[in-house]
Design a protein around this ligand. Structure first.
Ligand code: ZN
Length: 428
């Protein structure tokens, strides 16, 4: 509206100026050589204006014509982007729905529209992987890894694949590259920790596990495993293991063994006692009593070891057995009967009763009947605790960082310990 009014005013002024000039008269003279042209001023001005308008129109038309191909290109690109985006969305939906063939179809369409972008390459790889075509997936991941903006994503995909194929050297190289591409990324750290576990590099796994995530028994198991691998730092790692889980018998035994070797047998015994207080273990009793040759001395030592955890079945068992070996049958009977009556007795307690009755009753009718009774009880009693792989159930003679039977790290647990103490090095 305002524009129309303005145009009207300008037109009015133009007409008024033309009339005014016509009224005023006057001539514009143009002389070229001997040719002379004379036109009225108003006509000259009008010709000038018309000439300007015509020239402007011609130039505008030329510019518009020249921009034509670019405009067509832009329109096509816009259409491609729109259709490509829609195909990406459909591919995502297909991936989420678990239909990899549909996803591959859509992502191929998107790639032809949008070209190789980090998005299309990543989706291609995921769709191919879901369809079980790992080679094609790796092709896409490799293309992605070559780009500056998709390097980490590409390396991540390749690393995941290498770990799945159990190609550890390749996985380690890719993890290093991923770490360089994205230093400090939590995911890389976790993968490297998992990789270290798979390659049995316990020390590296321990170093890569964040202290807030790896605690208690899991840290103790990993530290002890690392100590077994590296004699240089074994002493510190064993202490670290025992500090992480003071009830972890293998760690206590390792620390005590080192203390005794360093000439501090008293400190070694204190270490064993401290762990016995938390979680009695027959190996600890064995180590504690090892240097006592005299039977009565062994009874005394057993008393010292167990006095802070007096009623634990392992305490009663070691007291009963040492007393029996020293001929203190009354003492042995008191301990073993208390153990049997407590309901916490396993097979070993009943077999000790057999031994005790054999000593006390000898080869008599009463002795034979007592033996039969305890043997029956032993057969029905729960088995003695042992080191067992919680993953495959294989029994192991001693604690090991990894089960050689099934290859699972950190799942060998003492079946006599409270279930809450259990835990794997990794959740693999
Ligand atoms: Zn196993």
């Amino acid at each position: 509206m305002i524009r129309a009014i303005r145009l009207l005013i300008i037109l009015g002024l133009g007409v008024w100026a033309a009339l005014y000039l016509r009224e005023m008269g006057g001539i514009v003279e143009i002389t070229v050589g001997s040719t002379f042209i004379g036109i009225p001023v108003w006509l000259g001005l009008l010709a000038l204006v018309i000439g300007f308008v015509v020239l402007h129109s011609i130039l505008s038309a030329w510019k518009w014509l020249r921009g034509w191909p670019a405009r067509i290109r832009a329109r096509r690109q816009e259409r491609h982007r729109r259709e490509g985006d829609a195909a990406v969305t459909r591919a995502l939906v297909a991936l989420a729905a678990g239909t990899p063939d549909q996803a591959r179809l859509e992502i191929r369409r998107a790639r032809s529209m949008l070209g190789d972008t980090p998005h299309t390459l990543l989706l291609t790889a995921e769709a191919e992987r879901m369809a079980g075509r790992n080679d094609s997936a790796n092709e896409a991941f490799k293309l992605l890894a070559q780009r500056e903006d998709g390097k980490f994503l590409g390396l991540r995909g390749l690393l995941r694949d290498a770990m799945q194929r159990e190609d550890w050297p390749a996985a380690q190289r890719l993890a290093r590259e991923a770490e360089a591409a994205q230093p400090g990324a939590a995911w890389v750290r976790e993968e490297r920790a998992a990789l270290a576990l798979r390659t049995r590099d316990w020390k590296e796994a321990l170093a890569l596990s964040p202290p807030d995530q790896l605690t208690g028994h899991r840290r103790a198991a990993l530290a002890l495993a690392a100590a077994m691998q590296d004699p240089e730092t074994a002493s510190a790692l064993e202490k670290q293991a025992l500090a992480a889980d003071p009830g972890f018998a293998p760690a206590a035994l390792a620390v005590a063994r080192r203390q005794a070797a360093e000439g501090s047998p008293r400190r070694a015994k204190t270490t064993l006692q401290a762990t016995w207080k938390l979680a009695p273990h027959p190996d600890i009793a064995e180590a504690y009593l090892a240097d006592e040759v005299d039977a009565l001395g062994r009874v005394k030592a057993a008393e010292t070891l167990t006095h802070e955890n007096r009623t634990h079945p392992e305490s009663r068992l070691v007291l009963g057995r040492t007393a029996l070996a020293a001929g203190l049958t009354g003492r042995a009977r008191a301990e073993l009967e208390a153990l049997v009556n407590s309901g916490g007795a396993d097979r070993r307690a009943f077999l000790a009763m057999v031994d005790m009755d054999a000593v006390e009753l000898g080869d008599s009718a009463a002795g034979r009947s007592a033996e039969a009774k305890w043997l029956r009880a032993a057969a029905a009693a729960p088995p003695e605790p042992r080191w067992q792989c919680l993953s495959c159930g294989t029994t192991h003679r001693k604690w090991e960082p990894i089960c050689e039977e099934c290859g699972t790290p950190g799942r060998i647990e003492w079946t006599g310990s409270a279930p809450t103490r259990g835990g794997a090095l990794a959740t693999t």
